[in-house]
Ligand binder design. Structure first.
Ligand code: TYD
Length: 200
């Protein structure tokens, strides 16, 4: 089973992912967690280009680098693990590309981005996508004192467009479970567990 987590920066994704991972470990479900961009040697190198380089990056270059990192992770790690029937959790997947590069940067048409997403993911689709939905202003307050990576420096109007992207994706895809991320951590965790158990 493939589970992805999505949402804008500051939505509380990391907390929920580690709670789910602990739960699966305790239940002895074989599971693996990867972050995007990253998760393999090549993908981590691409990650540092994407997040830590300060030079101006062309928006199509950015789109292609996120996709390149994804292709390597999916072929090297995710596909073999899914074949063994393990659970794979992805901290972001191609919906982030649609939301950030499509709706946020407007790098290319959504049609092109969907096609690229399907190529880079080797046509693998998540069984479940948890979307931690939060107001961009509230998320911005949560991250205001943390060090910003290249993407996070993009500003409020960018994040509002990204959030709109996730909202639209969540409405048009049945695999999405939308969670109000402004609530208590434990309440959100319970809903995640329920949805996962219904899929096992
Ligand atoms: P990361 O530090 O992992 O942030 P987070 O904890 O919010 O996931 O950085 C990933 C950043 O890259 C984040 O700002 C979202 C962005 N991103 C894209 O713009 N496109 C993508 O396809 C992916 C996977 C991530």
């Amino acid at each position: 089973m493939l589970i992805s987590f999505e949402g804008i920066d500051g939505c509380g994704k990391s907390t929920q992912i580690s709670l789910l991972k602990n739960y699966l470990d305790q239940k002895n479900f074989k599971n693996h967690l990867f972050r995007e961009p990253g998760g393999t040697e090549i993908s981590e190198k691409i990650r540092s280009l994407l997040l830590h380089e300060s030079d101006e990056m062309d928006s199509i270059t950015e789109l292609l680098l996120f996709s390149a990192a994804r292709s390597q992770l999916i072929s090297e790690k995710v596909i073999p693990l899914l074949k063994m029937k393990d659970i794979v959790i992805l901290d972001r997947f191609y919906d982030s590309t649609t939301a950030y590069q499509g709706y946020g940067r407007k790098s290319s048409s959504l049609e092109h981005i969907h096609l690229l997403n399907s190529i880079a993911s080797h046509q693998i689709k998540p069984d479940l996508t948890f979307y931690l939905r939060i107001d961009p202003e509230v998320a911005g307050k949560r991250t205001q004192n943390t060090e910003k990576d290249r993407m996070e420096k993009a500003g409020m109007s960018f994040f509002k467009n990204v959030a709109k992207g996730f909202d639209e994706l969540s409405k048009s895809n049945k695999r999405f479970v939308t969670l109000d991320a402004a609530r208590e951590v434990e309440i959100i965790h319970k809903e995640i567990i329920e949805a996962v158990e219904n899929h096992l």
